[in-house]
Write a protein that binds this ligand. Structure first.
Ligand SMILES: [Zn+2]
Length: 140
């Protein structure tokens, strides 16, 4: 028996309310929704982090995330906007150790939000942005 709760859901060992299932991924309702209609989109392959997935799988999941988003917009679920969120690693708030995207309906006054660190309001100089871009570019 798998120890990962998402792997147990994918194998049918644990229950879930599925929105879609295909050969690459599944989407099901979050059991602790931030708002009504909060869906998780999850690759069938167990992977802890985003970087462990091949780009074809990521591309497929992006398509399925967009389909879930479109379904929420077409539904009667209150959805004035959406957040698509992937918490990649514990430091980023990942709680289940199996990579997944959150698709979260949003509306004014829903109480959900993001907090920024203390340095967020001061914009870094262009030279600093260029240095960071220079560091990342060869690694892409
Ligand atoms: Zn898993």
């Amino acid at each position: 028996m798998a120890t990962c709760v998402f792997c147990r859901i994918i194998s049918g060992e644990a229950p879930a309310s599925f929105v879609l299932q295909d050969a690459t991924c599944v989407a099901f309702m979050d059991i602790q929704p931030i708002t009504r209609g909060h869906v998780l989109v999850v690759p069938r392959m167990h992977a802890l982090r985003l970087a462990e997935l091949d780009t074809a799988t990521v591309a497929h999941l992006a398509i399925e995330v967009s389909r879930v988003a479109r379904s929420l917009g077409r539904s009667g679920i209150r959805c004035e906007g959406l957040n698509v969120l992937l918490a990649d690693g514990e430091a980023a708030g990942q709680e289940v150790p199996h990579v997944h995207w959150h698709v979260i309906p949003r509306f004014r006054g829903d109480g959900f939000g993001f907090r920024s660190g203390p340095g967020y309001t001061s914009l870094p100089p262009r030279a600093e942005l260029d240095r960071v871009a220079d560091e990342l570019r060869p690694l892409i």
